[in-house]
Design a protein around this ligand. Structure first.
Ligand code: AP5
Ligand code: MG
Ligand code: ZN
Length: 216
């Protein structure tokens, strides 16, 4: 199964992606997570990406597209993948489309987690993430069980640098201008499915499973 997750920052893409990836046994590929890993390892890619990310801007298409194309050719992607945070521009969506065509493959669906902008600020400023495994928490809606420690790997959870009020506003602007047009892009290809992302985390996941159908 090949799935693209769409939705504004804070919609719950990363949160749902973990569950989808487990349920359907496909790798979760988050461009944001890959950039953050490169930043923490101080690689040339990380150094380039950091300035853009800290300001809520997109990393340039060429860099991002090449990085994703490389990743999609890894062994674990042969039976499918879940893309989280890519594509994010029309250029990226076209590049993915061409990549799929060149391999005679198709996307199963592009899944929009629909959340009105009014929900976003509280979700993002309350978010805490695990720097080791990428798990995402929320101080109010989804706190870790054990006092600030990741449920999955025990690392201390932290706040993302781009989760300040000011940067979140910038990211929302970028989303509206550059990413929102992808909703039409996939709709016109008959590849758009929509789930209500305002419900509780497990309810949203149920909605997603309904759309994706059973894999048993
Ligand atoms: P990225 O890491 O992709 O960030 P994003 O798209 O802005 O999305 P988020 O990760 O902030 O939100 P999410 O939807 O994953 O929400 P989450 O599940 O964590 O990108 C970061 C940066 O990297 C970009 O700004 C850009 O610079 C760069 N970048 C990445 N990809 C790029 C690309 N393709 N091209 C160019 N640049 C790129 O949930 C949010 C919070 O809400 C959490 O605390 C969670 O616990 C809580 N929550 C989730 N669901 C619910 C619910 N149903 N009810 C209540 N709370 C909930
Ligand atoms: Mg995310
Ligand atoms: Zn962890």
């Amino acid at each position: 199964m090949k799935i693209v997750l769409l939705g504004p920052p804070g919609a719950g893409k990363g949160t749902q992606a973990k569950s989808i990836s487990n349920r359907y046994s496909i790798p979760h590929i988050s461009t944001g997570d890959i950039f953050r890993k490169n930043i923490s390892e101080n690689t040339p890619l990380g150094i380039e990406a950091k300035g853009y990310m800290d300001n809520g801007q997109l990393v340039p298409d060429e860099v991002t597209i090449n990085m994703v194309k490389d990743r999609l050719q890894d062994e674990d992607c042969t039976s499918g993948y879940l893309l989280d945070g890519f594509p994010r521009t029309v250029a990226q969506a076209n590049a993915l489309n061409e990549f799929l065509i060149s391999r005679e493959e198709q996307l199963d669906t592009s899944l929009l987690i629909e959340v009105p902008i009014g929900f976003i600020l509280e979700r993002m400023t309350g978010r805490r993430v695990c720097p080791s495994c990428g798990a995402s928490y929320h101080i109010k809606f989804n706190p870790p069980n054990n006092d600030g420690k990741c449920d999955l790997c025990g690392s201390e959870v932290i706040q993302r640098k781009d989760d300040t009020v000011e940067t979140v506003k910038e990211r929302l602007d970028v989303y509206e201008n550059q990413t929102q047009p992808l909703i039409e892009f996939y709709k016109s290809k008959n590849l758009l499915s929509v789930v209500d992302g305002t419900k509780a985390i497990n309810e949203v996941f149920k909605g997603i499973c309904k759309v994706l159908g059973s894999n048993d």
